[in-house]
Structure formats: structure tokens, C-alpha cells
Design a protein around this ligand. Sequence first.
Ligand code: FES
Ligand code: FES
Length: 161
Amino acid sequence: METAHGGALSLTVNGRRHQVTIDNRTSLLDLLRERLALPGTKKGCDQGACGACTVLVDGRRVNACLTLAVRCQDAEVTTIEGLASGDGEPHALQRTFVEQDAFQCGYCTPGQIMSGVACIREGHTGSREEIREWMSGNLCRCGCYVKIVNAIAQTARAGRS
Ligand code: FES
Ligand code: FES
């Protein structure tokens, strides 16, 4: 039912269809974490400055904290929980993050990986400088940048995305 401040929303998250009634002011980040019980997407700044909340909407990376959930009507959303294959095999970039030890506290990691997957698919991995440029919206307070770039470069080289 539509109200002055809310209404029905239908979207697909990690291949699963959801129908929810939400306040129009709800961010995609809060919808994922608080309504759909998907806490893998992290809330860092909640202001579009850190990239911790990066998810894919119709294949494109967005900051979920800046995205109104109502804008995602009929969208396909992918979060870190949806990257593994159906049989639970981690995504190639998840594996190389582990191999390269590309995290410390891990708080930024889901956003880095979602952004990294898109960076590879977009073809922005021609050099370390290009990877750094196209990953510049994702901050890491632990300073794991060298290993994050290693992981993305290794995955891109292997042709896995
Ligand atoms: S929490 Fe969304 S960009 Fe920082
Ligand atoms: S691993 Fe700690 S913020 Fe990136």
C-alpha cells in the first residue's frame, strides 16, 4: 500500500526476489543490513566517502549508503554474500584476497571486493596505476592498498572475474 512516506518495493538480491514495504527515505544500505539481514555490506561513513558499502546494482557498482532503496525497483542487486557460486565456491577475487593477505581488520574488504569485481569486468586493470585510479573510491584505514592491488591484478591476469 502506498503512503505519503512509503510504499512497496520489489527487487532481486543475490538471485532472490524480495518484496518489502519501506519508508521512501530508506537507503539501499539500511534495507540490505536491517531488513534483509545481509550485514556483509558495511556501513563506514554513511556519506559516500569510503566505499565500504559498495554493491552492484544491475552490474554497476554503487555506494549503497547514497542510493535510495526506492530507486532499485526491479533491480538486480549483488552483495558480498552473493558472490560465491551456488555450490559455495568463493569468487576468484575472494580467493586471491586470501592468497595475497589483502586485509587486516577486514572492515573495508566486502566493499573492496565488490568494487574490484566491477573494476575487472570494466577492464580497468591495464596497470597498477589504472587499478589504483579505478579503486580510489574505496578507502582502507589499515593501508592494505598494495596487497589489494596485487589481488585485483592477479585475478585480472588469470582472466577470472
Ligand atoms: S558507507 Fe557508503 S561510502 Fe562510506
Ligand atoms: S582492512 Fe581494515 S580498513 Fe581495510
